[in-house]
Design a protein around this ligand. Sequence first.
Ligand code: AMP
Ligand code: GLY
Length: 574
Amino acid sequence: MTRIAIFASGNGSNFEAIIKYFKNSTIEFICVSDNPEAYVLKRAKRLNIKSYYVKHENTLAFLRKNKFDLIVLAGYMRILPEDVLKTGTFINIHPSLLPEFKGKNAIERAFGAKVKKTGVTVHYVTKEVDSGEIIARETVEIRPDMTLEELEYQIHKTEHKLLPKTIEKLIKKYNVLLIGSGAREHALADKLLQSKLLNKLYLFHPNDGFKNLGEIIEAENYNELSEKAKEKNINLVLIGPEQPLAEGIQNIFSNAKIPCIGPDKYWIQLESSKSFAKEFMQRNNIPTANYMIIEKTEDIKNIPFEFPYVIKADGLAAGKGVYIANNKEDAQKTIKEYLNGKFKEASKKIVIEEFLKGNEISLICFWDGKTLLPLSAARDFKRLKENNKGPNTGGMGAVCPVDVDTIEIKKYLNTLKTALIKENADFTGIIYSGLIITGTGVKVLEFNMRFGDPETQVLMLNLESDLLEILIAAIHKKLNKINIKRSKKPAICVVLAARGYPDNPATGDEIKINCNQDIKIFFAGVKKKDGKLYTNGGRVLSVCAKGKNALSLVYEAVNDINFKNKIFRNDISL
Ligand code: AMP
Ligand code: GLY
C-alpha cells in the first residue's frame, strides 16, 4: 500500500488539506516535524494521523528506517542534504511561480515587486533551493487593489488545492487490465475510472457500449494477452466472467508475475463444478441443501427427495443450468436431456438437491487468502418473469443493500473463512455466496468465484470506497486494513433483454435511448454501426440508479429506452 510522509515545521495547513482530500483512502500518511512545538503535530493528533518529532540531524536515520513512496515537504523550513534526498522521492510546495522568487518570503517579495501575477509551484526537491524539476504550477493574479494579506490568503487557498491534486497524480501508478464484455464489466470499468490510484485502464473484449473507457488490447489467446500485458506494464488484472477463470487464465498471469483478481484453476471449481462445491461444503460443515450426484439415467429411481426438487448441471451453464422439477415426468425428461448433453460436458454429471424455501441473497466478498471482506448484501432476480415465474436467466435485475441478520451472516462468513484457510485457498479473488435464508438458518445455494451480474451494477453504485484500493490491498494480503464504506441508500438495476431471451435472443434491433442524467446505463449485448446502437445478445443493457428515487428513475428510463419487443421485469425493487 502507498505510504506518504509529510514534513512540516509550522502550522500545517497544507498537511490538513492533504489529509482531508484523501480522507476515504487507504493511503497511509504520517506527519514529521523538526519542531516539537509545531502546531502541525497537534493537527496530526486531532486528525488521527501518526506523527513524529524528528530532529533535523536525525532525518537520514529516520528515513533509512521508515520507507515511503513519497515525501512531501509542506512548509518544512530546512534544507535537506543529498544523502537524505537519495532515500526517496521528495516534492516541495513553494508560494511563487518558480523560477521567480526562490527562497524565503516569496509572497512578500512578489507583492513588493508589483508583478501582475504570482502563484504556487510544486517541484521535485534537489540540493539547490527551489530548483528541482517543476511538476505543477498555478497562477494567482495580483490585482492593483489587493493587500498583502489578501494575496497571502489566495496563495494559501491555491496551495491547499494544488498540493493534494499533484500528490494524487504522482501516486497514480496502477495500470489495470479488465477482462470481460458484459454490463458487469462496464460497471467495474466505470468504478475503476473513479480511483485515485488508476494510471490507465486497459480492456480485453469490451462491448461497443464501453470500449471507449480504456485502451483495448487484442490477443488471440491468454498467453499472448499476458505477454502484451507485460509490455504495457499492467500491474493488476481483474477478471469479470467465469469462463476465462475456468480455462486457467489466473495461472497464466501468475506465471507472468502479474497480480490477478481471480482464483486459480483448482479453486474456480467451487463455481465450475457443483459437485466439487458440495463436497467442499460437506467436508467443512457449511450449511447447504442435501444432495446426490447422478451420472446415469438409471440413478433416477434412487433419488430420495420429494417434489419439487432441483436438478443442476454440474458444470458451467451461464446461469441457466438449474431446473426445478415438480413431478416425476418433468424430472425424468429434464434429467435425460441433461445427461444427453443439453449443456454439453457441463451436464454429463448432475447434482440433485432438495428444494429449499426462503429469501435469497447474493453475498459478494473480496478474499486475499486470510480475510473475507463483504460488499453489501444484494439480491438478483434470476427468473425471466414477474413473481419469479419463467425460466432461470443470467439475471433480470438486482437491488442492494438488502437487510440481513448481521449476526447470522457473520457466523456464515466465519465458517466459510475457516474452511478456506483450512483447505489452503491461497488466492486473491472474489467469492460470491448465493445464500438462502431458510427457517433453519442460512444455507448456500451456490458459489461463484467472480462478481455477480447484475449484482455488480448495483454494488458498484453502493460502494463508497475506492475499488482499486481494495483490489490493491487484496493482492498485498492486507484486506484486514480496509475500512470499507458501503452506502445505505438503495440502488436498483433493471435489465433490458432482447426478444427471444433466454433461449434464442434476437440481434440487430436498433436501440434508441433518450433518458435523464441521474441514471447509469451499463451496456452488455450491444453493437455500434455507423453511429447507431443495435442489440447483439441476450441481456442488452442494465439501467441503474441510486438514492431514494432510484426505483422511479430507473423505470422512467426503461420507458425511454426502446428496441423491438424489449423484455424486462416490472417488479424489481428492494
Ligand atoms: P444456482 O445457480 O445454484 O444459484 O441456482 C439458480 C437458482 O435456482 C437459485 O438462485 C435459486 O433460485 C434456485 N435454486 C437453486 N438451488 C435451489 C434449492 N436447493 N432450492 C430452491 N431453489 C434453488
Ligand atoms: N447473478 C448471478 C450470477 O452472477 O451468477
